[in-house]
Design a protein around this ligand. Structure first.
Ligand code: PA5
Length: 449
């Protein structure tokens, strides 16, 4: 079974020594997750989820999709943070970037910001398509998706009538509470449940991610198989497990005053997988003035912007390379499509030395070359290595990073499952918009602004 591999050949001897010393703590943290005795253990429902509930869920979602009696060519996911990033991570990685222009089913996102223009443009698209809407909010009360959904719901009812609109709207939310649950019950929307023991950023393999991805014809069983591969290897693992080594190594780096972890990737389609990773680690570990700030480098684009800083700026960085042996041809799955540098017999562009070689060879060389250069410039580098980019390997990465994050947060001494810091901005937002109940904070803020 192929699971993500971990490499530390460019992580410095000192950091590797310290990481090895931290491995017993990592093992202890893993066992505490398994035994559900860790800090925040009421939120560890994601661990071993495929075996406990995931495969069953895959079946019921597939059944739902087969019985759906509406035609759609546009899926709109309304949600923010953990309620949309996992879906986008998979959809971007595995589907054609220009699906819409090529006449294929498209997936777009709303409610992950409050840009008025963004919303206007989504409405323009809705008008041209046959949309199906999946509104996703665990709490059911988050401002951004609630606003977007109100706009979209009104449009859907006007265009399709209430009965047809109800068929075209699916809600994913808490089993009992929240405004979205109440509204869905009133309107008769089909609802899927966000499990109460799984927080937003750990929820991609629940209906939160699986439903919209199934609507997009992603092989959700393979995603689940991938996660299961990793959880199986964790059952009776020793200290050498890649998940433990990654979690221990990031903590060794934090102790050595490193403050930023860059996740570098060479395939642009991985951008939202990396955004998902940023949310997972940032929201889980950024507490009590601790934690590595998750950042990213998209190769080779960012080598021409941030590359200078990574090579030569403040030395408080570590870099993790997310490497795929083969990340090509994912836009049209099951169809192998490769592109070579044309052979022209002319060297006026000075590219004759590349003739006949796959374009991806340049990408791979840029990544390896940068790793050595950044290490030589004083940035300790780790590697997470995968074979092929597909549903299975992405499922593996979800389980790999979720487990590493739970362990890493425990070693760091924070609760990796709550997000108390997010509340501060929400209170100020409500106060500035005169939400009832926030009047005195509103007065205070207006004096300061
Ligand atoms: O990870 C988390 O818990 C958060 O990022 C949430 O996913 C995000 O705030 C959205 O919350 P909700 O699903 O309640 O609308």
């Amino acid at each position: 079974m192929e699971v993500p591999q971990f490499g530390n050949r460019f992580f410095t001897e000192k950091l590797n020594d310290r990481a090895n010393q931290l491995l017993p703590e990592a093992v202890k943290a893993l066992n505490e997750i398994k035994e559900q005795v860790c800090v925040g253990c009421e939120w560890t429902g994601w661990y071993d989820y495929p075996q406990r509930k995931g495969f069953e869920l895959v079946k019921s979602i597939k059944e739902f999709k087969e019985n759906l009696d509406v035609f759609y060519d546009l899926i709109v996911v309304v949600g923010i943070g953990g309620s949309y990033l996992g879906t986008r991570a998979v959809a971007d990685a595995l589907t054609h970037e220009h699906a819409g222009a090529l006449g294929k089913t498209m997936i777009v996102y709303a409610g992950h910001h409050v840009s008025e223009t963004g919303m206007v443009e989504i409405m323009d698209l809705l008008a041209e398509k046959q949309p199906i809407i999946n509104v996703i909010s665990k709490s059911g009360t988050t401002t951004e998706p609630s606003v977007a959904f109100r706009v979209i719901r009104q449009y859907m009812e006007k265009r399709f009538g209430k009965k047809e609109a109800t068929k075209r709207i699916i809600a994913t939310t808490d089993e009992e509470k929240g405004a979205l649950k109440q509204l869905s019950d009133e309107m008769g929307y089909k609802t899927f449940v966000v499990p109460s023991d799984i927080g937003g950023r750990y929820s991609v393999l629940t209906p939160v991610g699986l439903l919209p991805l199934a609507l997009l014809d992603v092989d959700i069983a393979e995603l689940m198989n991938g996660a299961d591969d990793v959880f199986k290897t964790l059952q009776n693992c020793n200290e050498d497990h890649p998940v433990l080594r990654y979690a221990a190594s990031r903590n060794a780096a934090f102790e050595a005053d490193k403050r930023v972890e860059i996740l570098s990737f060479a395939e642009p389609k991985l951008r939202h997988l990396v955004e998902w990773w940023k949310q997972l680690f940032g929201e889980s570990e950024g507490k009590q003035h601790k934690g590595l700030l998750p950042s990213s480098l998209a190769f080779t684009t960012d080598l021409h912007s941030l590359g200078q800083y990574v090579q030569d700026g403040c030395r408080n960085l570590i870099e993790t390379f997310l490497m795929f042996e083969d990340a090509t041809s994912v836009g049209d799955r099951n169809v192998e499509r490769r592109l070579r540098i044309p052979v022209t017999g002319d060297n006026s562009d000075e590219l004759q030395y590349l003739e006949g070689r796959f374009i991806d060879e340049i990408n791979q060389a840029a990544m390896l070359g940068s790793e050595v250069a950044h290490f030589d410039g004083g940035v300790p580098c780790m590697e997470i290595k995968m074979k092929k980019l597909n549903e299975r390997s992405i499922g593996q990465l979800f389980a790999f990073f979720e487990t590493a994050c739970g362990i890493s947060g425990a070693i760091l001494g924070v609760n990796p499952y709550d997000q108390p810091g997010v509340e501060a901005y929400k209170k100020n937002l409500f106060a500035l918009l005169n939400k009832p109940g926030f009047e005195s904070l509103g007065e205070e803020l207006k004096k300061r602004l």
